[in-house]
Design a binder for this molecule. Structure first.
Ligand code: UDP
Length: 486
């Protein structure tokens, strides 16, 4: 790789600062692995609280190839230490909210850490919106890492800009996202991110701050690939002046990292992979709602009934110790041999690429979207929060490789508005989805094509491979460039 000649013998120390939730820690660790592979003189350091270091270590796996990724810890905010949980979505909802509330107090800790360590470049999670300013205090250039895609970004930016003139309080309203390339995108107001309200106390302010700090970063790094979001990448480049590096799908960097792929983000249940080995190709629905799913017991009960009556094989990831609250009587006996419960953490990427997996029921978190399309698996979508309904639009309406689980009533990002999805509807959706000769065949073919383009993007000469090379080159070019604070 051609480097800036003035810096050709230098090491480039890059600090990566992920937000404290698994959907952010996992892709950023993959990004660190990509940097290691991209250049022998890049030294990435994951900067996290002590309680999250183990998660990074298990994601790195035993392989020596990623041994150059360092981990540096900073203290967890003292307001939350009594919770014993440092990752959002791992403990109770209350604990997650407590961490969320105390995030602001991390700013001075980051300040101290960057002042002491003075890395060459900082890549911060975009939710740490203060990072560019803090880094600039020490003359350090900063980039943002986006854990979400370009489509949700541009849709959301358009909606956000439309807000002052739109009646967002009318919950029956459907809005058309104007000036977007591709198919017309219409969103019921209830499916817009809860943080759509500009003046919402916590998240509204956070987003204001994020959009305000965008001009201060050198560029943004996005876990996506150009072929997936082509028109929207162009749209991003039209509305944002900051350069963007589309480097995903980052999960594909684990292809030969057997241990890392199983324990990516947590101690993965290996038993489910053995169970999949016993099933016919394409016969299993993988049911997983990300790292932070908080379904009510009534909904879990309906889902259990739905999966039972679908008569399909299923592999379902559940959490918590309260199974007796939702599990129908005798259910485990009735589904024996046909259903497998992962009570904890599934090796999701390995499950999705297993030949037995034929469909993925997902909440449409961005990592799951990318991991699903990378594996070429058609998806059944069940979004319920944040920008997940927007991601669903990309899968169902733009890419055509997914169908909704349920559309029979009001769907909403607000938990208090969630309608119970009946077991009979779930059974019907799952059973129909995989019926031979159904729309599934067309979706499977589209999903397989996207998977081929995902692989092509990360291989030598592919767009993501090129963007990582350019990013590394630019990082070396930034060494010693003193960034001035605003
Ligand atoms: N994941 C996993 N095993 C599980 C649940 C989730 O490996 O049992 C991983 C999944 O592969 C993805 C991440 O956790 O990388 C979840 O991120 P996503 O953006 O899909 O959802 P979030 O958890 O942020 O809502």
């Amino acid at each position: 790789m051609a480097l800036n000649p003035n810096n050709s013998n230098k090491k480039c120390r890059v600090f990566l600062i992920p937000q404290l939730m698994r959907g952010h820690l996992i892709p950023m660790t993959d990004f660190a692995k990509l940097l290691v592979v991209a250049h022998p003189d890049v030294e990435p350091t994951m900067v996290v609280t002590p309680g999250n270091a183990a998660l990074i270590k298990s994601s790195l796996g035993q392989s020596q190839s990623f041994g150059r990724v360092q981990i540096l810890t900073y203290p967890f905010p003292s307001e939350c230490t009594e919770t014993n949980v440092e990752t959002m979505g791992v403990g109770s909802k209350e604990e997650t909210m407590l961490i969320n509330k105390s995030l602001l107090s991390i700013r001075p800790v980051h300040e101290e850490l960057l002042g002491k360590s003075k890395p060459d470049v900082v890549v911060a999670d975009s939710l740490f919106y203060w990072a560019p300013n803090v880094a600039a205090e020490y003359g350090i250039p900063c980039l943002f890492f986006f854990c979400s895609g370009v489509f949700p970004f541009v849709v959301f930016k358009h909606i956000y800009d439309m807000q002052p003139s739109m009646g967002f309080d009318d919950c029956h309203r459907v809005i058309t996202v104007s000036n977007l390339p591709g198919p017309k995108i219409e969103m019921p107001v209830t499916e817009l991110p809860n943080y759509r309200i500009r003046h919402d106390e916590v998240t509204g302010k956070l987003l204001d701050s994020l959009f305000r700090s965008l001009p201060d970063v050198f560029g943004i790094v996005v876990n996506t690939f150009r072929a997936l979001e082509k028109e929207y990448c162009k749209e991003y480049e039209r509305i944002q002046s900051k350069r963007a590096y589309f480097i995903g799908p980052v999960s594909l960097c684990n292809a030969s990292n057997v241990d890392g792929v199983i324990h990516r983000g947590g101690k993965g249940d290996v038993g489910c992979l053995r169970w999949l080995d016993s099933k016919e190709d394409g016969s299993v629905v993988f049911v997983s709602f990300g790292s932070q799913c908080y379904f009510k017991s009534e909904q879990l009960h309906e889902l259990a009934i739905g999966l039972e009556h679908s008569r399909r094989n299923f592999l379902w990831v559940v959490r918590g110790d309260n199974m007796e609250e939702w599990m129908p009587d005798g259910w485990e006996d009735r589904i024996a041999g046909r259903g497998f419960l992962v009570k904890g953490w599934a090796p999701q990427v390995a499950v999705l690429s297993h030949p037995a997996t034929g469909a993925f029921m997902t909440h449409c978190g961005w990592n799951s979207v990318l991991e699903g399309v990378s594996a070429g698996v058609p998806m059944l979508t069940w979004p319920f929060a944040a920008e997940e309904f927007i991601n669903e639009k990309l899968l169902v309406e733009v890419l055509g490789c997914a169908a909704k689980v349920w559309d029979g009533g009001k769907r909403s990002t607000r938990e208090e508005e969630h309608e119970l999805v009946p077991g009979s509807a779930i059974a019907h959706a799952v059973s129909k989805f995989m019926e031979p000769g159904s729309k599934y065949v067309a979706m499977l073919s589209k999903a397989k094509n996207v998977a081929v383009s995902a692989l092509a993007a990360v291989q030598y000469g592919g767009s993501s491979h090129g963007d990582i090379k350019n990013l590394v080159k630019d990082m070396f070019g930034l060494i010693g460039k003193n960034v001035m604070p605003n």
